[in-house]
Design a binder for this molecule. Structure first.
Ligand SMILES: Nc1nc2c(ncn2[C@@H]2O[C@H](COP(=O)(O)OP(=O)(O)OP(=O)(O)O)[C@@H](O)[C@H]2O)c(=O)[nH]1
Ligand SMILES: [Mg+2]
Length: 393
C-alpha cells in the first residue's frame, strides 16, 4: 500500500473500527477535545495566554471542570488521536498550500515526466525547506526508480519521491517517544535551548500547562537572565498557568538559578523542572561554556540532570534552523527538537532535513499560539497535515 492510501486508511478507519483493544495500544494524548474547545471559547483574542487565564484564576476546579476532567479521562484515545490529527490539519494549512498545491499544479502541467518535470519538482522540494542535499538525493533515487519500475506519469513519480522522502525519515535516528521521559524518582529536568525569538519561553509555558494538566507538579526556572524582561515574561506565564517559578535579578548567573531551581524541586518533590535559557548565539565558545556550566551545576543536585535537552527551532528559519541546530548540537547534548510556528510557515519540510542531517528526533511541534497548540510530534499526523489535509478544501 502506498503512503497516501496508508494515511487515508489509517485515519478514516479510526472513526469506525475502533475497539477497546486498539484504544489501549494508543499512546496517551493531551489535552482533550473538551479542554481545547472550552479554552477556545474562552479565548477573547488570539493572544497565547487568553485561553487559560480565566480558568486558572480559581484555585479549585469547579464541579463543571471536574466533570469535564473526568470525561477527559474517559475519552477514548482513538478520539484524541483524531483530534490530534485535526490540529495538524488546521495548523499546517499554510504549509500544505505551499507544498501540496504546487505539486498538484505541476502534476497538471505534464502528461509524462521529463527532465523539466524533475527540475520543477526539485524546486518545489527545495522551496518547501526539504534542503538541497536531501532533495537531490531523493530526486536521483526517484529517477532510478522510474526507470526500474517503468513509471512515467507525474502522479507515479510524485508518489515515489514522497515515499522516498518519508521512508528516509523513519530510517534515520532511533525512535524516541515524543512525550517527556519522566524519571522514576525525583524531579525530571528539561533544559531548553535555542536562538532568540524561536519560541522557547512560549513552548516552556505550553509544556508546563500540558504536564500540569496531567497532574504533575511543575517548576520553571527563569535562567534567561540576559534579556531584559525575560524573567517577567516567564513569571506572567507561570501566574496564568498556576505553576511555580524560580527567578533572579536580570544579569545574574543563570547557573546559580539552575542550582536554586533544582534544589527547590528536589526538596519540594516536584515532578518536572523546565529551565528557560537565553537565546543568544553570537559566540559559540560562550554558548558552550555557559551551557556546560549550567549542566555541571545541575549535576551537583541531581547527578543525571538534565534528563532532557530540547532545542527549539522556528519553522520559518528554514535552512538556517539546521545550521543553528548544528551549533547547538556541538555545544550541548540534545535529546529532542521542538519545531515552533509551523502554523505560520508555507514551508513544511524542515522536519525532514533535521532528521536527515542531525538524527535528532522532533519531539513536539507548535501549531499555533494557544496552550493546546503544542502537540507531540507524530509522523503520520504530520504527513496527513502536509499531504492530505481536509480533502474538501
Ligand atoms: N503562531 C505561533 N507563534 C508562536 C509559536 N510558538 C511561539 N510563538 C510566538 O513566537 C514569539 C516568540 O516566542 P518566545 O517564546 O518569546 O521566544 P524565545 O525563544 O523565548 O525568545 P527569547 O526569549 O528572545 O530568546 C511569541 O510571539 C510567541 O507567541 C507557535 O507555535 N505558533
Ligand atoms: Mg524567551
Amino acid at each position: 500500500m502506498g503512503l497516501f492510501d496508508y494515511l487515508r486508511n489509517k485515519f478514516s478507519k479510526k472513526k469506525k473500527d475502533e475497539t477497546p483493544v486498539q484504544e489501549e495500544e494508543k499512546k496517551e494524548e493531551t489535552p482533550s477535545e473538551e479542554v481545547s474547545s472550552e479554552s477556545e471559547k474562552k479565548a477573547e483574542e488570539p493572544a497565547p495566554v487568553s485561553s487559560i487565564s480565566e480558568k486558572e484564576e480559581t484555585e479549585k476546579p469547579s464541579e463543571e471542570e471536574k466533570a469535564r476532567e473526568d470525561k477527559k479521562e474517559e475519552l477514548p484515545s482513538e478520539e484524541k488521536k483524531i483530534e490530534n490529527k485535526e490540529a495538524y490539519v488546521q495548523g499546517m494549512k499554510k504549509a500544505r498550500r505551499g507544498f501540496l498545491y504546487r505539486l498538484k499544479s505541476l502534476t497538471g502541467m505534464f502528461r509524462k515526466v521529463n527532465e523539466e518535470y524533475f527540475d520543477e519538482l526539485e524546486e518545489i522540494l527545495i522551496e518547501a525547506d526539504v534542503g538541497t542535499e536531501l532533495t537531490f538525493r531523493v530526486i536521483d533515487e526517484a529517477k532510478k526508480d522510474a526507470k526500474t519500475f517503468k513509471k512515467d506519469t507525474p502522479e507515479e513519480i510524485n508518489r515515489l519521491v514522497i515515499e522516498r522522502l518519508f521512508a528516509g525519515y523513519e530510517e534515520k535516528g532511533q525512535d524516541v517517544p515524543a512525550d517527556v521521559r519522566f524519571v522514576k524518582e525525583g524531579p525530571t529536568v528539561l533544559l531548553t535551548v535555542g536562538v532568540n525569538g524561536g519560541g522557547k519561553t512560549t513552548t516552556i509555558a505550553k509544556l508546563a500547562w500540558r504536564y500540569k494538566n496531567q497532574g504533575k507538579k511543575v517548576l520553571l526556572v527563569a535562567a534567561d537572565t540576559f534579556r531584559a524582561g525575560a524573567t517577567t515574561q516567564l513569571e506572567v506565564w507561570t501566574e496564568r498557568i498556576g505553576v511555580d517559578v524560580v527567578t533572579g535579578p536580570d544579569g545574574c548567573d543563570p547557573s546559580s538559578l539552575c542550582y536554586d531551581g533544582l534544589k527547590k524541586a528536589k526538596e519540594g518533590n516536584y515532578d518536572l523542572v523546565i529551565v528557560d535559557t537565553a537565546g543568544r548565539l553570537q559566540n559559540k565558545v560562550n554558548l558552550m561554556n555557559e551551557l556546560a556550566k549550567m549542566r555541571r551545576v545541575m549535576t551537583k543536585i541531581i547527578p543525571e540532570a538534565p534528563h532532557e535537552t530540547f532545542l527549539v527551532i522556528d519553522a520559518n528559519t528554514g535552512q538556517n534552523g539546521i545550521e543553528q541546530a548544528k551549533v547547538f548540537k556541538e555545544a550541548t547534548p540534545l535529546t529532542g527538537i521542538v519545531i515552533t510556528k509551523m502554523d505560520g510557515t508555507s514551508k513544511g519540510g524542515i522536519i525532514l532535513p533535521i532528521r536527515d542531517k542531525l538524527g535528532i528526533p522532533v519531539r513536539f511541534i507548535g501549531l499555533g499560539e494557544k496552550m493546546e497548540d503544542l502537540k507531540e510530534f507524530d509522523l503520520d499526523d504530520y504527513l496527513y497535515g502536509l499531504l492530505i489535509g481536509d480533502e474538501n478544501e
